[in-house]
Design a protein around this ligand. Structure first.
Ligand code: NZQ
Ligand code: ZN
Length: 380
């Protein structure tokens, strides 16, 4: 096992009817004037917005609202909200939504202190400070509620990149699984697949990090089991709650302890694909690409791939494990081929070009353009 430091400062408030605590939580942390960041309106329909607004009011806070963050969020929107945050002199940022809203809120929280937010994504400047970030999570999957990352798309440059800084850990995140009952089924599945692949990005680098490996297997099995249960009963609280918590744990640092920084080549490839095709949801893209990556990479750490097939899928070979994973995703009505995502062989060069902009992809193996094309072809 590698030497490591583990520190996750985000306070998690989890459970039924916890959303109403948000005002008190922000006030306790010293916030007075809040920037509320939201998406396309789902929080108005499911009542979350009303609960949040009431709670902010009861805590004596004032706030300003920025709506309209779209899935696969873009730099231009973050810049627009930064200008609002500066004009309104907010001292806290509250994301009410899924990963796209949280990532935009995080980018704004850091961006108010930067001359050029994108320069930080390009790693030309370091993010050392940000406004305090608070989250009311409405969709589990990305882990953004408990991690130091934000992902935005620079549309003109066709780059969907990650910003990482300890300053981006939320101060506190509220996870009330009941608010996720309003999710369309495919979004629940997108989140489940995303969370599962976060675990896999670390896991396949492993050999004898038994604590982490066993934790990772347990999380993968839990995510699969809870998604099956939710498919039978979308209102089941225990399944929703366990899926939500497993998704937070999947990228809060624990699953990667002793496994360096994970591989994340598949994630980089998927974010490149959704930079080229912004209508592709992150989880849906990963469900198509990850099986292909495993088939391509299985001989680079064979004992671990075999262990994954056995422990997660009760399969006798990696190929059988991958087949079961694809069948499981299909059973959840998720796409398993690029064709189903509307991507064809002719699109592969553009996706590879977008992926290579980020630099080196892959730790288990540094992937060449030829490797990336081959993985994409396995996903056709
Ligand atoms: O915009 P609204 O109206 O809120 O609707 C959203 C959106 O249309 C809807 N939704 C969310 N909660 C709902 C709901 N609908 C009904 N009921 C609810 N309770 O779901 C749709 C998708 O939301 P989005 O936030 O885009 O999904 P997700 O949470 O999967 O976030 C995806 C983004 O996060 C990035 C992805 O690349 C993608 O851009 N990621 C962020 C990471 C991080 N910060 O750590 C890591 C991940 O690997 C990932 O890259
Ligand atoms: Zn992801």
């Amino acid at each position: 096992m590698d030497n490591f430091t583990f520190h996750n400062p985000t306070r998690i408030i989890f459970g039924k009817e916890s959303v109403g605590q948000i005002g008190g939580v922000i006030k306790e942390a010293g916030g007075k004037r809040v920037l509320l960041v939201a998406g396309g309106g789902s929080i108005r329909k499911n009542g979350v917005y009303d609960t949040v607004a009431r709670s902010l009011k009861e805590a004596g806070l004032t706030w300003v609202e920025a709506w309209g963050v779209r899935p696969n969020p873009v730099l231009a929107k973050a810049r627009e909200i930064i200008a609002l945050a500066q004009k309104e002199k907010v001292d806290a940022v509250l994301a009410v939504g899924g990963g796209s809203v949280i990532d935009t809120a995080k980018s704004v929280a850091a961006g108010v202190f930067l001359q050029d937010l994108w320069a930080a994504f390009e790693r030309q400047v370091e993010v050392t400070t940000a406004l305090p970030i608070f989250v009311v999570l409405t969709m589990s999957g990305t882990g953004s509620e408990m991690d130091p990352l934000a992902v935005l798309t620079h549309e003109a440059d066709v780059k969907k990149w990650v910003l990482r800084s300890p300053a981006l850990f939320p101060v506190a995140s509220i996870i009330d699984p009941t608010v996720q009952q309003s999710l369309p089924w495919h979004q629940t599945v997108n989140g489940a697949i995303d969370a599962m692949t976060h675990v896999m990005e670390f896991y396949f680098l492993g050999t004898w990090e038994e604590t982490t490996m066993a934790l990772d297997e347990s999380l993968m099995r839990t995510i699969i089991k809870m998604t099956h249960l939710l498919q039978q009963n979308p209102l089941g609280y225990e399944a929703r709650a366990n899926l939500a918590w497993a998704a937070s744990l999947a990228l809060n640092g624990l699953t990667g302890v002793g496994l360096r920084e994970g591989d994340f080549a598949t994630h980089r490839l998927e974010t490149a694909m959704s930079a080229v095709f912004p209508e592709i949801a992150h989880g849906a893209g990963l469900g198509v690409l990850f099986p292909a990556w495993i088939l391509y990479m299985k001989d680079y750490n064979p004992a671990t791939f075999a262990r994954w097939a056995r422990e997660v899928w009760e399969a006798g070979s990696v190929e059988e494990g991958v087949a079961r994973m694809r069948l499981t995703f299909q059973g959840w009505d998720a796409p398993v081929t690029l064709e189903e995502l509307g991507v064809s062989e002719a699109d592969i060069p553009a996706i590879v070009a977008a992926a290579l902009k980020v630099g080196i992809l892959g730790r288990l193996k540094e992937l060449t353009p030829g490797d990336l094309s081959a993985i994409l072809r396995l996903a056709l």
